[in-house]
Design a protein around this ligand. Structure first.
Ligand code: NBP
Length: 491
């Protein structure tokens, strides 16, 4: 039998798989391609892959036979049972140390399970976030691999050469153990929801608040794209706003205001609730899409619920637009602060050694949230890998302080106009809550103890004979209740 030729195998010849194969081929790797419906292998070899080094396989057995050891096989198939089915089919043809890589949009608990199951059988598993869609897959995606650490040295060269490059650095590094790669990809998608919502709110304020035309708003976004907000999403939004329908109207004004979602933002929000972390901006971004979905109800409500009388803006427009830029920047800082806090908490819970500077670097290029801003986050975590939150980093601390006055003016003005800004507002509320030594949770604790004998702890410095430090205290608030307290636990 001929010696194996393939550096890596790939299963799943749909849009992502085909493009990633061609990309890896361009980087000098020999890829063996397989698909469940094998006619797609023939079609791919005869068309898109014609003239390349790509090798076809028409069975799992043939795919495995054509790969160099340790075998590396990427699955780019529909997330869910299809991934498990291929893993089962592959196992009889693998040897210990071989590596199965899932590059689809799998939910991280599945990747945790698959890592454990495959490692128990002597194989290695990598769950890798792949971002950037078709274009990214073809010319350089952001790749976020996690799973069995022993797999990384074997796949590192292929992954880092295939990924997008920014300033000569690959947008790919080892993320962490078990499901960490897919977890980080999920948080990436959640952050993407937040960034998109913030831009949509800025558009709404400029359109309904200042009364600007799409062309004028596009110019503002183009200017912002040269400063701290320099990012793919700001750039494409400017292009979208300039795009005209056949009658010369901006096409965007004709698009139904009902946002779709595939679920990764929701997964992030649920993960945040499970971890008990205040990832409020992503949550609001998901809920804003839910509210947008209530189109018929909103139409009816708009006829019977009046907002404030709209007053024309009398202030300094230039100053207002500068304030809005700062509000967007500061809100974005809050969103990333929250996202990294979530990753930190989960890493603690699941014993992952997450590479935070690496994560920010991976997101710098090849993906939807790519931005200059992520370079500053990389620097912050390079300076201090154990940073509690971005707001403790000098650069972001100063940036948030500088943005504060304009940010508050924008949120206040939007409230007066009756223009909803859930993402801007929650970012500011988070900032004010996070910087408060005292929050009104004392009232909540008192209420809980009053109606349910849930107990409370005493504030440091306020102890006395009745209020003892560190103890769970129950007070008979009405003189009528008993002295039995409920057991304490966190739900
Ligand atoms: P699809 O998500 O459309 O999946 C198509 C592939 O899955 C085909 O190879 C198909 O085989 C295979 N497949 C299906 Br569908 N059901 C199967 C089953 N029950 N058993 C075995 N194979 C099955 O392809 P894609 O859009 O290229 O995405 C691939 C992965 O990458 C997905 O997890 C996706 O979420 C993720 N992703 C996509 C993007 C993007 O922009 N599209 C970006 C980032 C990540 P067949 O040809 O025989 O039907």
């Amino acid at each position: 039998m001929a010696a194996p030729v393939g550096d890596i195998g790939l299963i799943g010849l749909a849009v992502m798989g085909q493009n990633l194969i061609l990309n890896m081929n361009d980087k000098g790797f020999t890829v063996v391609a397989y698909n469940r419906t094998t006619s797609k292998v023939d079609h791919f070899l005869a068309n898109e892959a014609k003239g390349t080094k790509v090798v076809g396989a028409w069975s799992i057995e043939e795919l495995c036979a054509k790969l160099k050891r340790p075998r590396k096989i990427i699955l780019l198939v529909k997330a869910g049972p299809a991934v498990d089915s291929f893993i089962e089919q592959l196992i009889p043809h693998l040897e210990p140390g071989d590596i199965i890589i899932d590059g689809g949009n799998s939910h991280y608990p599945d990747s945790i399970r698959r890592t454990k199951e495959l490692e128990a059988k002597g194989f290695l598993f990598v769950g890798s976030g792949v971002s950037g869609g078709e274009e990214g897959a073809r010319h350089g995606p952001s790749l976020m691999p996690g799973g069995s650490p022993a797999a990384w040295p074997a796949i590192k060269e292929i992954f880092q050469k295939t990924a997008a490059q920014v300033n000569g650095e690959p947008c790919c590094d080892w993320v962490g153990e078990t499901g960490a790669g897919h977890y980080v990809k999920m948080v990436h998608n959640g952050i993407e929801y937040g960034d998109m919502q913030l831009i949509a709110e800025a558009y709404d304020i400029l359109k309904r608040g200042l009364g600007l035309h799409e062309d004028e708003i596009a110019d503002i976004f183009t200017t912002w794209n040269k400063g701290v907000l320099d990012s793919f999403l700001i750039e494409i939004t400017a292009n979208i706003l300039r795009f005209k329908d056949d009658d010369g109207e901006p096409l965007v004004t004709k698009i139904l205001d009902q946002a779709g979602q595939k679920g990764t933002g929701k997964w992030t929000a649920i993960a945040a609730l499970d971890a008990g972390m205040p990832v409020t901006l992503i949550g609001e971004a998901v809920f804003a899409r839910c509210l947008s979905g209530l189109k018929e109800e909103r139409i009816r409500a708009s006829k019977v619920i009046a907002g404030p009388q709209k007053e024309a803006f009398k202030g300094d427009k230039k100053q207002f637009i500068d304030d809005l830029e700062q509000a967007l920047y500061a809100s974005k800082i809050m969103s990333y602060t929250q996202g990294f806090m979530l990753m930190r908490e989960t890493a603690k819970e699941l014993n992952w050694n997450l590479n935070y500077a690496g994560i920010a670097r991976m997101w710098r290029g090849g993906c939807i949230i790519k931005s200059v801003f992520l370079g500053d986050i990389t620097s912050a975590y390079q300076k201090n890998q154990n940073l509690e939150s971005l707001l403790f980093d000098d650069f972001f601390n100063k940036a948030a302080h500088k943005a504060q006055p304009g940010w508050r003016r924008i949120v206040a003005q939007a409230v007066l106009w009756g223009i909803p800004t859930p993402a801007f507002s929650t970012a500011l509320a988070f900032f004010d809550g996070y910087r408060s030594e005292i929050v009104p949770a004392n009232i909540l604790q008192a209420q809980r103890d009053y109606f349910g004998a849930h107990t409370f702890k005493v504030l440091l410095g306020k102890e006395n004979a009745k209020l003892k430090a560190g103890q769970d205290i129950h007070i008979n608030w009405t003189g009528r209740g008993g002295s039995v307290s409920a057991s304490t636990y966190s739900a």
